[in-house]
Write a protein that binds this ligand. Structure first.
Ligand SMILES: Cc1ncc(COP(=O)(O)O)c(C=O)c1O
Length: 387
């Protein structure tokens, strides 16, 4: 009875860890959450005020299917000011989060059997979006010693007549690393379209993130408000596409989603027009303190971090000194140390042997979580026990 596509879609393993953690919490166990991929900060007050105001003003109806014009103009202005690139508001489609934006892009782009190159490890959902619309994800391994950056020559080897797009994500989930300007330039010069997930832009603590649009117009941008503005539950994102794709994407949006949430779009304008600037700066400063602390402690505990992550809010650490099986290890740490961590294998087979630690939690909780892991590791007779 159940359609093949629904049967075959892979679960998001980190959610398994989270659900088990929640169950343990209900039974009275105190858990430290380092597995969660969302900001722990409250949404900026100006964003909440703008949403309340929009509600009071009765802005509760459908908007234009591409998104409120004022929001699209604010996004266009933001890309101009931040990256010095010119994006026409009519090249922007506002969506209920970055995830639906990804669905729209792949729906408009892929025929059955078309290939999309993604890195391994990668954000767990990427291959599922591609497969859902009958595309084929083609993975290119990226390595710890390279800061998990693509090697352009490894991408080139995988390009075939069926390659429709190359997917990039910088800063990246799960690694927290950035793609260098020179590698980005080299990738932009390949002929397939580039799909660039820029959702962690703004959360960069050393160096500078670059938009793919600084290198080529032959690209789609995916972006949203979830991470930088701590707006995960409000569900607001957008895509930027080459003009020829806008009408097809708009038709899919009209049929499947009609428009993004009207009230939240008003909140998005407030976030972009500068009123959230101070909150963003404060969150960024605190993330950076936590990042420095976490990297230092993890190294002291024997985890491998060859190139320190400088973006997003993740550390992807080599945990092979404890186990080669990251799924078992994550659950063992949860059961015995009461700390939630994400298994590296959730992000691709090349992520096996790693754990993803999120620093979207207070410094106090991070310290407590790492103390517990230290105690766990001391008591562990590694390798043999967990394989
Ligand atoms: C790399 C990446 N892209 C997209 C998303 C989805 O974000 P949104 O909340 O905008 O749908 C996430 C969420 O964790 C992510 O890590």
């Amino acid at each position: 009875m159940i359609a093949k596509r629904a049967q075959e879609i892979a679960p998001f393993l980190v959610m398994d860890v989270l659900e088990r953690a929640r169950m343990m919490e209900q039974e009275g166990t105190h858990i430290i959450h380092l597995e969660i991929g969302e900001p722990d900060f409250d949404t900026p007050q100006c964003v909440k005020d703008a949403a309340s105001k929009a509600l009071e003003q009765g802005r509760t109806h459908y908007t234009h299917s591409l998104g409120d014009r004022a929001l699209r103009e604010a996004i266009s202005q933001y890309y101009l000011e931040t990256y010095n690139v010119s994006v026409h508001p009519d090249q922007i489609v506002v969506t209920s989060g970055t995830s639906p934006a990804m669905f729209l892009v792949f729906s408009a782009l892929l025929e059955r059997g078309d290939q999309v190159i993604i890195s391994d490890p990668h954000y767990a959902c990427y291959p599922n979006f591609i497969k859902f619309v009958q595309g084929v994800p083609v993975t290119v391994p990226v390595y710890e010693e390279d800061g998990f950056q693509y090697r352009p020559e490894s991408i080139e080897e995988k390009i075939t007549g069926r390659t429709k797009a190359i997917f990039i994500n910088s800063p990246a989930n799960p690694t927290g690393n950035l793609l260098s300007e020179s590698r980005m330039q080299a990738i932009a010069e390949f002929s397939p379209l580039i799909v660039s997930d820029e959702i962690y832009h703004g959360l960069v603590y050393e160096g500078k993130e670059r938009s793919i649009l600084e290198f080529t117009d032959n690209a789609f941008v995916l972006n949203g408000f979830s991470k930088l503005y701590a707006m995960t539950g409000l569900r607001l994102g957008y895509l930027i596409a080459p003009q020829a794709f806008i009408r097809p994407i708009q038709k899919i949006q009209q049929n499947f989603f009609i428009s993004a949430n009207s009230v939240v779009q008003m909140a998005g304008i407030a976030a972009l027009e500068g009123s959230a600037e101070d909150d963003v700066a404060r969150m960024k400063r605190i993330y950076n303190e936590r990042r420095q602390y976490m990297v230092k402690r993890l190294k002291e505990l024997g985890f491998g971090i060859t190139v320190e992550p400088t973006g997003a809010f993740y550390v992807f650490a080599n945990a092979r000194h404890l186990s080669g099986d990251s799924y078992k290890l994550a659950f063992d740490i949860l059961e015995k140390a009461h700390v939630g961590v994400a298994p590296g294998v959730d992000f691709g087979s090349n992520g096996e042997g790693y754990l993803r630690f999120s620093y979207a939690n207070s410094l106090e909780n991070i310290a407590e979580g790492l103390d517990r892991i230290e105690h766990y590791a001391d008591k562990q007779s590694p390798i043999e026990q967990l394989g």
